[in-house]
Ligand binder design. Structure first.
Ligand code: GLC
Length: 641
């Protein structure tokens, strides 16, 4: 196959089998011409990048062949959606996009259960659901499903691939997009490849990082930081039975895949396309910065990672252009944005706004919006094509990745500040009403991360336990204010399931031996449907939060200034506790004001260009010298004419 030129491969990829029925021959021809066109658009660059990594013509040809098969296998409804989305590439940047993430079992038992709960999802105004990992995994060695043992099988307790097909089809009928994790950095040690590698089959050992002595692992350890310093120290695991070390950046049962091997890349791309063909709209590429390893480096964000993500983007655009790539890059801002790629050579469609999220909670603890304002200014100055996924909480811990350079200018040191934040959110320091737990406390570096639900961090849990109504009122206001502010950010907001009814921490994980060591389970409790039954009753905490969010959601989807492409900026308020953000789109303007403190404040903004109305209360207001109550917020819209 070596030496095959571009035309030949495209020609081959385009040559369908003869069919005796005239109609289907015609269809295959049409399909092939669509596929050929898409392949042609990306072929040279894709081949170039592939050769850069692998120098392997026949494997590249195999990749193209398989892309064609996956394309042909794609259901008509999905291809139709591909065509529509290709014609409207900004389809996901509209102001009605609202996500929610949940564990299938926690939310509704199984896939069929989720299908039965789509009405609730619609009631939440959610049109994008992130189904947390549901592929086959070993109980007790699953890392919440992030240790996949079969990429083409659903966990039995959750359902089957047919159930997934049915769920995605039902979602699409209601205009709901479905997101899933594609855990490509590693497999479970119970994956077929891992089992065969463990038995000494060279072909499979070469799909991982195996070493029969400790020299190379020791060299890696010199430069590679640890992800789970307490729960899973080190980056290698000794396999007694196999007499080898294997690289395990995460848990010892999560074996890192070796992307230097083109077989690994090709097979993982086939898995990606197989899953896309189940009707998945958004593929969350898990732990993407880690996928390429190189001695004497940190094994994070290496250039080859970008080559791979760029190839994935092109493969997606050729086979299933209706899907989006969401990169999980939990890193400092300068490491995150490169995963968008460039405008000519894009990589991910969306990335998590992780630094903004962590800085938000810093602001809650300090009542000082200055660092947040600076962070938002950075995000606001990025090209509009970059779409961030905004969130307050997700299934993982909060890593306190803040701009310590700026904090240091105020004499705030990293170590002491992290300690303060962790103390604060455990309810041990400052005027805190938060509850939660540390995660992966590293006794050597003094570093620790934090776990807890939004509501618990806002004080709902403490107020309930003390039966303190006033404190509860404050907690609910803070919770809603944070959501209102999150909705105002540039990008797509995603709710963490349970947050819409103010669900608090769940401490029962401590009784489960498989979960007890991993405090992230504190915020992964099952959905409390009994409490959700209070959603319409504003005498309850659940009802107040649910209805408060509903109002915000309705405003967001009816006001075009909330589209992702809008201009966004921050405004000086001359009060360090009050944040002001502006949005402008096609002649419409809105200011969001958010008081991060427990005191009534005045925002000394001076927008004297006309009259404004607060979209929440309907009250007419001036956008200057705005009085704003404790944990209060406004969406001030400029009146037309
Ligand atoms: C991602 C997931 C996290 C998991 C890790 C390893 O960071 O969000 O939950 O532990 O990947 O797969």
């Amino acid at each position: 196959m070596k030496g095959k030129d571009r035309k030949e491969i495209i020609g081959k990829a385009g040559g369908g089998k003869a069919d005796d029925k005239g109609g289907s021959v015609q269809r295959i021809k049409e399909d092939d011409s669509i596929f050929r066109k898409r392949l042609e658009r990306h072929h040279d660059e894709l081949r170039w990048l592939y050769m850069e990594l692998y120098e392997n013509d026949s494997m590249f040809a195999e990749l193209c062949e398989n892309m064609r098969s996956f394309f042909l296998e794609r259901k008509e409804a999905l291809r139709e959606s591909d065509r529509t989305r290709e014609a409207d590439q900004g389809w996901y940047k509209k102001n009605d996009m609202l996500g929610m993430m949940f564990y299938i079992d926690n939310f509704a038992g199984d896939m069929k259960g989720v299908e039965g709960r789509l009405d609730y999802i619609e009631k939440c105004n959610v049109n994008y659901i992130h189904l947390m990992p549901f592929l086959d995994t070993t109980e007790g060695k699953s890392d919440g499903g992030y240790a996949v043992s079969d990429f083409r099988k659903v966990q039995e307790k959750l359902g089957t691939m047919e159930d997934l097909d049915s769920l995605t089809a039902a979602c699409h009928k209601k205009g709901i997009n479905v997101c899933m994790d594609f855990v490509m950095n590693h497999t479970s040690e119970d994956h077929e490849w891992a089992k065969r590698a463990r038995q000494g089959e060279g072909e499979y050992m070469s799909r991982y990082f195996f070493y029969n002595n400790e020299e190379e692992p020791a060299l890696y350890e010199k430069t590679v930081p640890q992800v789970f310093p307490t729960t899973a120290p080190g980056n290698f695991t000794w396999l007694e039975d196999a007499g080898h070390f294997v690289m395990t950046t995460f848990y010892p049962y999560q074996w890192d895949l070796n992307y230097r091997n083109p077989r690994v890349f090709n097979e993982m791309m086939y898995n990606f396309l197989y899953l896309a063909n189940r009707g998945i709209d958004i593929i969350r590429i898990d732990a993407v910065p880690y996928i390429w390893k190189e001695l004497n480096t940190s094994c994070r964000n290496l250039p080859q990672v970008h080559t791979i993500v760029r190839m994935m983007r092109m493969i997606g655009e050729i086979v299933c252009p209706g899907i989006l790539l969401l990169g999980e890059v939990v890193m400092e801002p300068e490491k995150v944005t490169p995963y968008f790629g460039t405008l000519e050579k894009p990589e991910c469609h969306m990335l998590y706004n992780v630094t903004t999220m962590a800085t938000t909670w810093h602001t809650v603890a300090t009542r000082d919006v200055r660092l947040l304002k600076k962070q938002l200014d950075i995000v606001n100055s990025l090209p509009k094509e970059y779409v961030f996924l905004n969130y307050l909480r997700c299934h993982d811990d909060i890593g306190w990745g803040l701009d310590y350079g700026t904090l240091m200018e105020e004499g705030i040191g990293e170590r002491s500040h992290k300690k303060y934040l962790n103390d604060y959110f455990r309810g041990l320091a400052g005027e805190s009403c938060s509850r939660g737990e540390l995660y992966n406390e590293d006794l050597v570096t003094g570093d620790a991360r934090f776990c807890g639900t939004t509501a618990s961090m806002c004080g709902v849990e403490k107020a309930a336990s003390l039966q303190d109504e006033e404190a509860m009122g404050r907690a609910v206001r803070m919770d809603l204010m944070l959501h209102a502010y999150m909705f105002m950010q540039s990008g797509i907001p995603v709710l963490y399931s349970g947050d819409e009814i103010g669900q608090v921490n769940d401490y029962t994980y401590k009784e489960d031996p498989f979960k007890a060591a991993d405090s992230r389970y504190i915020h992964r409790g099952p959905m409390d449907w009994e409490l959700a039954g209070n959603a319409e009753d504003t005498d309850t905490v659940q009802g107040q939060i649910f209805q408060g969010l509903r109002k915000l959601e309705q405003i967001r989807k009816s006001e075009k200034v909330f589209v992702s492409d809008a201009d966004t900026w921050t405004v000086e308020t001359w009060d360090n506790s009050v944040l002001c953000m502006g949005r402008y789109y096609e002649g419409e303007k809105i200011f969001g004001l958010f008081n991060f403190s427990e005191y009534d404040k005045t925002a000394w903004i001076n927008e004297t260009d006309g009259d404004y109305v607060d979209l929440l209360s309907g009250r007419e207001m001036k956008a200057c010298g705005v009085d704003i109550p404790a944990y209060g917020f406004y969406y001030l819209k400029k009146k037309q004419g």
